[in-house]
Ligand binder design. Structure first.
Ligand code: C2E
Ligand code: CA
Ligand code: CA
Ligand code: CA
Length: 279
């Protein structure tokens, strides 16, 4: 290294410089991905557990990388958040989700609401409500067809900007979902005060159903309290018939997970939309 021997720091530390180089390259590729339209949305249905009827769906981002194939969001969203690129990516997600719903509608397909994921870092001086309002207007869509998911942890703490934006979204008629509920430190009364519409219970809790009595008791408490407070409950990550049976008993109103369907691209989703799931 440059500081030979006595080194407080090393310019040529091979691991550090190669990870910095990898990050720089990933960031550069991500800018390319935005500019060359390599970001795509897949869609996963949410259904009524009683009859498998399609109620709504979630848009999930993927990067169709020219060399690495389909890259999952876990591999690029954290860097996008750290570098500020998440703002541009969020705008892409809003535009693509609205364009897709409009395309389904124009093809005569009966559409259901689509939720998009919004990171805490995207909330900046009203950008998200502004972008959403513009996209809805551009595609002549009612606000009721778009929903926003924000993680429980993003909502907590001293986040005045986020709370102001959530109020603006609510005023537009956009439903708000608390994502990964149960992993943070919020209370149901806080979430009700913020007028959140739906709790999406983290899939770690769904995984406990059928495994432990505590898992079921915990879930039951969430469902009954949420319903008493006028909030809906989505169980995420439902993978087995046993989990489905328990959720039916608990009166959970909406389920999502591989048991119903994996996320698929917009064309494949068009073929699924008239269908009954869970048959
Ligand atoms: P999330 O919002 O909690 O999304 C649910 C994740 O669980 C998705 O992973 C989905 O494919 C996966 N999943 C669905 N059903 C099952 C199941 O039955 N079993 C299991 N094991 N997994 C299931 P995905 O698509 O890889 O997304 C991961 C995370 O990336 C999302 O977690 C979300 O936090 C983030 N993300 C995805 N799309 C976007 C986006 O457009 N913007 C932002 N800011 N974040 C996004
Ligand atoms: Ca989500
Ligand atoms: Ca989630
Ligand atoms: Ca998650």
């Amino acid at each position: 290294g440059k500081n030979d021997g006595k080194g407080q720091y090393r310019f040529f530390d091979p691991t550090l410089s190669s990870s910095l180089r990898a990050r720089a390259r990933l960031k550069h590729d991500l800018v390319d991905a935005i500019e060359h339209d390599q970001l795509v949305l897949h869609y996963q249905p949410r259904v009524d557990p009683r009859d498998g009827r399609l109620l709504s769906m979630e848009a999930l981002l993927r990067w169709r990388h020219p060399a690495h194939g389909m890259v999952p969001p876990s591999e690029f969203i954290p860097l996008a958040e750290a570098t500020g690129l998440i703002g541009r990516i969020g705008q892409v997600v809003i535009e693509k989700a609205c364009a897709q719903v409009a395309a389904w509608r124009d093809a005569g397909i009966p559409v259901v609401p689509v939720s998009i994921n919004v990171s805490a870092r995207q909330f900046r001086r009203g950008a998200v409500p502004r972008q959403l309002a513009a996209a809805l207007e551009r595609h002549r869509l009612p606000a009721a067809l778009l929903e926003v998911e924000i993680t429980e942890s993003a909502m907590m703490g001293d986040h005045d900007e986020i709370l102001a934006d959530l109020a603006a979204l609510r005023a537009m008629g956009i439903k708000l979902h608390v994502d990964d509920f149960g992993t943070g430190y919020s209370s149901l009364s806080q979430l009700q005060r913020l007028k959140m519409d739906v709790l999406k219970v983290d899939r770690a809790f769904t995984a406990e159903l059928g495994k432990s009595r505590e898992g079921r008791v915990f879930f039951q408490a969430i469902v009954s309290m949420a319903h008493a407070l006028g909030m809906g409950v989505v169980a995420e990550g439902v993978e087995t018939r046993e989990q489905l049976a328990i959720l039916l008993e608990l009166g959970c109103s909406e389920i999502q997970g591989y048991l119903v369907a994996r996320p698929v691209d917009g064309a494949a989703m068009a073929g699924l939309m008239a269908r009954r799931f869970l048959l």
